[in-house]
Ligand binder design. Structure first.
Ligand SMILES: Cc1ncc(COP(=O)(O)O)c(C=O)c1O
Length: 392
């Protein structure tokens, strides 16, 4: 199978680099290798390129360039916020988050619990919604941070983060959102919100891997996770990853352009695929169907299949998708997100996530619509005799 025949429907795991991003990055890997902190004119090229990237990202987020701290990605940004919130608040011994966050929030919170910090992991309903009254009731005088993701990486379910941020402002508690899956897909104007911190990652919107950013509202105190040189205005030590930051900036500029002209066909591809699969495959349902969802994600549950077997067969047909999140592929552990939505159901073992991007074509969607139902049918046909044999 050639790369041309591959149908990449795993854009929540990562996205292909936009060629225009590569073009802007290359000179900073070859010609302009100066350290942005050096004082001579040659290094100023790198410094100015970082400034431009900061402005482009600020334009996408609707914030000030000075509110952006470049990091190594979403995981670092999330860890940095959790660390900072506890450092700056001497009473801070409690965090409120949700049970469906990415492991880049869950793991640091679980580690803190072992060190004596209290963490509330809010549950969700069957559609993946969080109860705002319950969230508000969980905030205590010693709560240092509320961290709720903007778009769920497995189901695409959106949390009402602007409303949550308002609740936190009223209660004088810091609010962070992991917006790794929302950035570049949803218009944002952070300056009109009460969000204190926001995490993002370039490789989820056609930028390079290993680079991301943290938005820190200019009135919010911040204590760095990585101490070192005074880079990033003293908020993140370490020589800047110049080429990757340039790539992030270009990817942000392109995302802003696509959001502004509104011609992007991602939602129509997702909807067409979802409708066709639901119509042709019996016993198929959408995880999070009753909740607001981001436009590129389709998490589907299929009765009578094992998602691990489905992934193998789909792979043979050139379809790249995932069982839940990419981080869990290869392990037998079922999705904590789908389990939180339906603890007694078996949807977590029967679900596949298809996530679409702007490099997908209508022809690919047509092929996927042809292949997916056949794969599910084949899996059910091979599973049925085994089930009968087991029962006899
Ligand atoms: C919601 C969410 N948060 C955080 C991350 C981690 O981002 P990174 O890969 O840049 O560390 C991911 C990556 O899948 C994600 O989907």
């Amino acid at each position: 199978m050639t790369d041309d025949e591959i149908i990449y429907l795993d854009n929540n795991a990562t996205t292909p680099l936009d060629p225009a991003v590569i073009e802007e990055m290359l000179p900073f890997l070859t010609e302009f290798y100066g350290n942005p902190s050096s004082g001579y004119a040659f290094a100023a090229k790198a410094r100015k390129a970082i400034d431009l990237a900061r402005e482009r990202l600020a334009a996408l987020l609707g914030c000030e360039p000075s509110e952006i701290v470049f990091t190594s990605g979403g995981t670092e940004s999330n860890n940095a916020v959790i660390h900072s919130a506890l450092q700056v608040d001497p009473r801070g011994k409690h965090i409120v988050t949700s049970a469906v966050e990415h492991s880049a929030v869950l793991r640091p919170c679980q580690d803190l619990e072992k060190q004596g910090c209290f963490v509330t992991f809010l549950g969700v309903d069957r559609d993946g919604n969080v109860d705002l009254a319950e969230l508000e009731a969980e905030i205590r005088p010693e709560t240092a941070l509320v961290s709720m993701m903007w778009a769920n990486n497995e189901t695409g379910v959106l949390f009402p983060v602007e409303k949550i941020a308002e609740i936190c402002r009223r209660k004088s508690v810091l609010f962070h959102t992991d917006a790794v899956q929302a950035t570049g897909k949803i218009p944002m104007r952070l300056r009109n919100t009460a969000i204190n911190f926001l995490s993002l990652s370039a490789h989820k919107f056609h930028g390079p891997k290993g680079v991301g950013a943290l938005y820190v509202n200019r009135r919010t105190r911040f204590s760095p996770l990585i101490a070192g040189g005074g880079q990033e205005n003293g908020r993140r030590g370490g020589t800047e990853n110049v080429a990757s930051i340039v790539g992030l900036g270009k990817a942000a500029e392109l995302a802003a352009k696509y959001l502004a002209d509104g011609k992007c066909s991602i939602q129509s591809m997702r909807d067409r695929f979802e409708k066709a699969v639901l119509e042709t495959v019996s016993g198929a349902s959408v995880n999070g169907a009753g909740a607001p969802r981001i436009s590129n994600t389709s998490s589907l549950s299929f009765e009578g299949i094992e998602s691990s077997a489905a992934l193998l067969l789909l792979d043979r047909h050139g379809i790249c998708c995932s069982a839940s999140s990419a981080c869990r592929t290869g392990s037998q552990e079922a999705s904590h997100v789908l389990r939180a939505m339906n603890p007694n159901g078996d949807g977590a073992r029967r679900s596949l996530r298809f996530s679409f991007g702007r490099f997908n074509t209508d022809a690919q969607i047509d092929r996927a619509i042809g292949i997916v139902p056949k794969v599910i049918e084949k899996l059910r046909a091979t599973a049925a005799p085994r089930a009968v044999a087991a029962a006899t």
